[in-house]
Design a protein around this ligand. Structure first.
Ligand code: F6R
Length: 280
């Protein structure tokens, strides 16, 4: 696992967008694993901007999202399909037929889960899996005690997750109680994982996920087993990491990060002049 601490949430999202852009430029037919949630909005904003300003091309890529609420159709404002269409798919040149989310209103939910796994395999597996982290350490909707070898399946939302997401539904009573989620094993099969965590609310759980003991009580600790996982945090989310200084040293000295290093005070995603340099 590698950990990068960026000065603020904006710089952290910039870095994630740069990593995805590089992946797409190197491999225009890349299979991307995508996540939803508040944290990811800033990443998608930046990808849309890269598409508009530098022509970042999504036409050949395929995407698989981590999860979808059971009982919500793609037209529902709180469905993750709606979120993805709004924040990314309808804003870039992706072929909507190449974008996949589990169908939360499938008649046969078990079959839907098995089909989703099959589709990922048929696409050649996921090249880069984007991840957020829930306040209880979930990845997708892999709640506490999710087996590390679990595959796409039905999950029952934990009380912490219901509390975390209830605001979007106007209260917990309006929230679905179940979801379809890729399993922890499905996520670990991705060739690269990139987890973004920002804000003070994520500090405690991020420290447990990165530096704590591996346990299925905290699904994100499974990422410690992944051969190529990059965790990107802002200072607030990284504030409880015991080895933060060491992670900074690695980022500042390892040649592989050279193209991504920018002095915090003169780097802004929104300076158009910085874009050509960023995406080399
Ligand atoms: C949703 C997903 C979740 C979120 C997590 C953090 O597709 O994968 O694991 O990443 O709940 O959500 P935010 O960013 O809203 O704090």
């Amino acid at each position: 696992m590698e950990v990068v601490i960026q000065p603020n949430a904006s710089a952290a999202a910039d870095l994630v967008a740069q990593i995805i852009a590089r992946e797409l430029r190197a491999n225009p037919r890349a299979v991307l694993g995508l996540a939803t949630g508040g944290t990811m909005e800033s990443v998608y904003d930046r990808l849309v901007r890269l598409h508009r300003e530098t022509g970042l091309d999504f036409s050949g890529c395929r995407t698989f999202n981590l999860d979808e609420y059971i009982g919500l159709s793609g037209n529902h404002l709180n469905s993750y399909r709606h979120y993805m269409n709004q924040h990314l798919f309808r804003q870039v040149n992706i072929d909507l037929r190449h974008t996949h989310l589990p169908d939360g209103v499938a008649v046969d939910l078990e079959k839907e889960c098995a089909d989703y796994e099959r589709l990922i395999t048929q696409a050649g597996g996921i090249d880069l899996q984007l991840l957020g982290i829930g306040r209880n350490g979930h990845l997708g909707f892999n709640e506490p005690l999710s087996a590390f070898r679990s595959r796409t399946r039905i999950s029952t939302l934990s009380p912490e997750t219901i509390e975390q997401n209830a605001g979007l539904f106007g209260g917990p009573e309006n929230m679905p109680r179940r979801a379809i989620t890729m399993g922890v094993g499905t996520i670990l099969d991705g060739r690269r994982c990139v987890l973004l965590a920002t804000g003070p609310d994520k500090a405690a759980i991020l420290a447990q996920a990165v530096e704590g003991p591996i346990t299925s009580m905290i699904s994100a600790t499974a990422l410690q087993l992944h051969p190529h996982c990059t965790v990107i945090a802002d200072e607030a989310a990284g504030s409880r990491l015991k080895k933060a200084d060491y992670y900074r040293t690695i980022f500042n000295h390892d040649p592989k990060w050279e193209k991504f290093r920018q002095p915090a005070d003169n780097f802004s995603f929104y300076q158009p002049s910085s874009l050509p340099e960023m995406i080399k």
